[in-house]
Design a protein around this ligand. Structure first.
Ligand code: HEM
Length: 415
């Protein structure tokens, strides 16, 4: 029988439980997984009155929703209980016009077709040697037994350098990018304070102005990079790509591809160093590396949410989702769905082949997934062979806000 909000309250989240996007707190940031299990106990799809949104913990249900074109990306329809967040979504939608992540077909189909050229398997494969060179350079001065912060020394600078090169941006500007990307992604929280929102607006304006300048230079001095390819398409003025879209999607690649990959490398290394038996297994069996990276992605995903708006009344898993309602897929919960994974809370790099939800699914499936996987594999393989006795330093680690991008503040290790 279909459950609707009016008829049945068995899937309502108790108001004493926090909503991850509305009430993020320190305890939740440190370990969100116990709360996800409380939602799961209600059902694979549960209603949060605090957040005015459905929260999805079931892998099958999440896959069904993101593959159904009756769900889309027009977040300005979401009646978020927080006024500031509502205004921010309206603003972001207007500002990010042309950004493919926020588009529905047919615009999404056209833009994705153009952007895809930069992420063809051959292009990503050809970058491998260079990713290895950057990794080696970053670790060149670090000797076994040295103490350091793996996040600052490798996990952060590697992806930002790779993206700067993919786009064709001078690597010297990478610190400025870190700053902008951090401020702009701050707006991914469910509840946004006015001060944060202002900083976020300012950062996105500055980043846009900077990219505009770089693109103009590419038109005079073309290179072998994404900005050159896209600016050549744009200057043809045949309607395939406007200048606004070129800018919006360049920003998207920077933001989508940076902090996410930082988190994959650092969360992965953290879990491996915490788990001596799995660490040893991987050292003895380097052929398990690809499977290990998939397990890191499953166990503690770098991106924790994907959201859609229902464009009509739709039934999913026996629940009626009404037109205009927001649905948030909790990726970390879907990846631990016990109906799919045995002992889902355990790291097991020898799991039977599986499909996690960490790169989403359907038409918005992550464009940079192979690039991110390659960076993580190269970074982790290099660390294992150069520092076989690497371990964590003593002490409690903390996670950054917002929860939507799950990553550590620092990762102090003894190499
Ligand atoms: C571990 C690293 C990464 C994770 C976990 C990740 C995760 C995701 C997820 C979950 C989505 C789907 C969003 C949705 O359905 O609403 C997505 C989309 C996207 N990602 Fe990634 N991403 C990663 C790395 C990258 C990299 C390295 C790039 C580019 C250099 C990138 C570029 C994109 C783009 C352009 C989209 C939008 C695709 C579309 O809307 O069609 N991502 N990513």
């Amino acid at each position: 029988m279909t459950k609707t909000l009016e008829k049945d309250s068995s899937y309502l989240i108790d108001n004493t439980l926090i909503d991850p996007l509305m009430d993020e707190n320190h305890e939740f940031l440190q370990d969100p997984y116990p709360l996800f299990e409380k939602y799961r106990a209600i059902g694979p799809i549960a209603w949060s009155s605090r957040g005015n949104q459905w929260l999805v913990t079931g892998l099958e249900e999440a896959n069904q929703i993101v593959r159904d074109n009756r769900f889309g990306k027009n977040m300005s329809l979401w009646k978020n209980p927080n006024l500031m967040t509502r205004l921010l979504f309206k603003f972001l939608r207007a500002r990010s016009a042309g950004n493919l992540l926020f588009q529905d077909p047919p615009e999404h189909t056209r833009l994705r077709g153009l952007m895809q050229t930069a992420f063809l398997p051959g292009t990503i494969h050809a970058m491998q040697t260079h990713i290895q060179e950057i990794t080696d350079q970053l670790l060149a001065e670090i000797k076994p037994g040295d103490q350091g912060d793996l996040l600052a020394q490798l996990a952060f600078p590697l992806p930002v350098t790779v993206i700067a090169e993919l786009l064709g941006i001078p690597a010297a500007d990478r610190d400025q990018f870190k700053h902008w990307s951090k401020l702009v992604t701050g707006s991914l929280q469910g509840k946004v304070c006015p001060f944060q929102a202002l900083k976020s607006f300012r950062a996105s304006r500055e980043l846009r102005a900077y990219l505009h300048k770089v693109i103009k230079n590419k038109q005079k001095e073309p290179g072998h990079d994404l900005l050159t390819t896209l600016s050549q398409i744009q200057t043809k003025e045949d309607g395939r790509l406007s200048e606004k879209e070129l800018l919006a999607n360049s920003m998207l690649v920077l933001i989508a591809g940076h902090e996410t990959t930082v988190n994959l490398i650092s969360n992965g290394v953290y879990h491996l160093l915490q788990n001596k038996e799995q660490h040893e297994l991987l050292k003895q069996n380097p052929q398990l590396l690809e499977a290990a990276v998939e397990e890191f992605l499953r166990l503690d995903p770098p991106v924790q949410i994907v959201r859609r708006i229902a464009y009509s009344d739709i039934e999913v898993g026996g629940i009626k989702i009404k037109s205009g309602q927001a649905v948030t897929m909790l990726i970390g919960a879907c990846n631990r769905d016990p109906r799919v994974f045995a002992h889902p809370e355990k790291m097991d790099i020898q799991r039977e082949k599986f499909k996690h939800f960490s790169f989403g699914a359907g038409i918005h499936f992550c464009l940079g997934s192979e690039l991110a996987r390659n960076e993580a594999r190269i970074a982790i393989a290099t660390l294992l062979s150069k520092y076989p006795d690497m371990r964590l330093q003593e002490g409690q680690l903390s996670y950054r806000s917002p929860f939507a991008l799950r990553g550590l503040e620092h990762l102090p290790v003894v190499y």
